[in-house]
Design a protein around this ligand. Sequence first.
Ligand code: F6P
Length: 541
Amino acid sequence: MGGDITQSPEWAALDKHHGELAGKHLRELFAEDPGRAERMTLTAGDLYLDYAKHRATDETIDLLVQLAERAGLRDRIGAMFRGEHINVSEDRAVLHAALRMNRDAKLEVDGQDVIADVHAVLDKMSAFADRVRSRDWTGATGKPITTVVNIGIGGSDLGPAMAYEALRDYADAGITARFVSNIDPADITGNLAGLDPASTLVVVSSKTFTTLETLTNAKVARQWLVGALGEDAVSQHFVAVSTNAEKVADFGIDTANMFGFWDWVGGRYSYDGAIGLSLMIAIGPERFREMLAGFHTMDQHFRTAPFKANMPVLLGLLGVWYNDFFDAATRAVLPYSQRLHRFPAYLQQLTMESNGKSVRADGTPVTTDTGEIFWGEPGTNGQHAFYQLLHQGTRLVPADFIGFAEPYEDREGMHDLLTANLFAQTSALAFGKTAAEIAGEGTAAEIVPHKVMPGNRPSSTILATKLTPSTLGQLVALYEHMTFVEGTIWGIDSFDQWGVELGKKMALDLAPALTSEEPPGDFPDSSTERLVRRYRELRGR
Ligand code: F6P
């Protein structure tokens, strides 16, 4: 790593190649190369990727792979899995992959047996989850736990919340989970509404155990519980997931009921460890371990497959291709699965907190765009909302379509219709409809331009048999590693998140100006001052 990748001969070769390819339509690429649909596919674990509908040829892939080699991707993958401190700005190892390594694996980092630590926590989580599920662990009044409320934010919320929604069918012990994250009181109020404190378990999830939102929500939940059951009930109803035992104890949670992790697990990479406790209680340790096995399958693929046949590498390189050579700022993620409705939100943190950086790992400014903007909604809802822009707008929005062959339920052939929509959309995006075709259907001449579908809009299709714990793990690991591939090409540290710190501090500094009886004092700027004054007026202060 190091240096400016955009000055490399590999970058220049891609730039030239882009000049040659940019004017070509996917219709031409398919016509010139009848074998591409068969060739441009890839299987990793249970995931099948079709990347034929990309504005890329074999030469593009070759050149992108050469770029990956120039960026030292192979060494970087090795360094990550060996536990080197590749998170340079925080001087930390990056070892989320260790969270799903087998018990007999060997990995020592900074003199510590990481695998033993990981499995000790997994075993502790499993034992606890089993107790709750079997009703051996009850609330203070002896009632079984029927609801787990996870309080956390960012990586301490999005992962378990997304996965719980995805795997709800596996929640088989009569225990449901709820997720509270926002400092907006509506969140905790809505989520505690209707719950019986006597059968509620609160999991306070925070890596640092200093996060304002989480600690405030946890305090509210504690008051709610103590109000109903008294102070002594807290130990039966509150557990913690954190790296910070001291702060957990300060909050009043018994550290015997704390599930730990380590600074080498980034928040957004943590739900397959202890941050997944609420999920594990709902779906059970066995299913959770199936999910971990899925993650591990993708880890092994990423670690060993040649770049050209490596799914996270290909997806990452294609991301760079569109982001930096086609100037596509965003990527849509379109799961054709209602169960994955939180997946785009989860991916937003994973990818954008990781790669939204303007300086390289060595502190020098980047010289190309980084950090694709991820967004999306499940199909088919998105089709009736924003797909118009995808099809006929002026912007290029590459898209990842995700689908499954087997439904959990099928009514009136709905699942086949869902999948037909997925396939139809990728085809319409890629090939569109010409003016001649539209005119040939008898459309009035003045209407023809409105109906032209330009096509040439690229997409990946990821298909799996069924959304199981294992396939979910594979899917998440795919995007984790894809994010790392992009970050490696851009030469950035994908594992810190300094950009969120300033806003947090300023909110704390500003809070007294909103609430104090004294007229407010210092403000960061005049616009903010006016807003605060207006807010105070509106609140009668
Ligand atoms: O938003 C910044 C962030 O630090 C995320 O990276 C993290 O996932 C989230 O806050 C929550 O942090 P914690 O788990 O320490 O409460």
